[in-house]
Design a binder for this molecule. Structure first.
Ligand code: MG
Length: 208
């Protein structure tokens, strides 16, 4: 998925964060320089798209800072929350032989990535994420939780898994409703660029 599909929505235009807000609805305060967003702690925290999405394919690129003294959850932590509810972890997990449920690529505290696909800090990495929202019946009961396939740096790290529910730090638990894309401010200077989303129809036609 190197090029942007013509019907995709560009979530970051390379210039400003005009279509992003803080969780509280204030203007997003992260730094934008030369087409790159940098998570800047203390400037309003997490940022959230104005638009909400049901099913979609999301592409984004990020770069870890070099933090050789840091460890664990303090080493280049950020995250991509799908529908504002499900965190795909962003962390410097380069070189970890068996990544766990808190490491980069994990569905946070639910599913570890199948393999460690991480590049070293200071190299650009990609996520291509196919997401299907939770399905509810007419009574509002969850029939199927949200499903996700995650490709990191062209390597499949989650293969159509079903979430256990929302992850910690979710904006709400209104699964079945559309939700925004949220980028997490965990106080580390992660960089993001080239963020686009392709909304998907909920189903195809019945025509044979
Ligand atoms: Mg995180």
């Amino acid at each position: 998925m190197g090029s942007i599909p013509g019907n995709a929505a560009v979530l970051f235009n390379g210039k400003d964060l005009s279509n992003w807000r803080t969780r509280g609805g204030d203007p997003a305060g992260w730094d934008v320089t030369d087409g790159v967003i940098t998570v800047t702690g203390g400037a309003g925290g997490d940022i959230v798209t104005d638009q909400k999405f049901a099913d979609f394919v999301l592409h984004l690129e990020w770069m870890e800072p070099d933090m050789p003294e840091a460890t664990g959850q303090g080493k280049g932590n950020s995250g991509v929350f799908l529908q504002g509810r499900y965190e795909v972890q962003v962390l410097d997990s380069y070189g970890i032989e068996v990544p766990g449920k808190g490491d980069c690529g994990a569905i946070y505290d639910q599913f570890a990535p199948l393999v460690n696909a991480c590049k070293p800090p200071l190299e650009w990495q990609t996520y291509d994420i196919a997401f299907r929202g939770a399905c509810l019946n007419d009574s509002g009961e969850v029939m199927n939780q949200a499903r996700v396939t995650v490709v990191q740096n062209d390597i499949v790290i989650h293969n159509n898994i079903e979430m256990l529910g929302v992850t910690g730090g979710a904006m709400d638990e209104e699964v079945g409703e559309p939700g925004p894309i949220l980028l997490q401010d965990h106080g580390n200077l992660i960089k993001y660029r080239n963020i686009w989303i392709l909304p998907l129809p909920l189903k195809g036609s019945d025509v044979y």
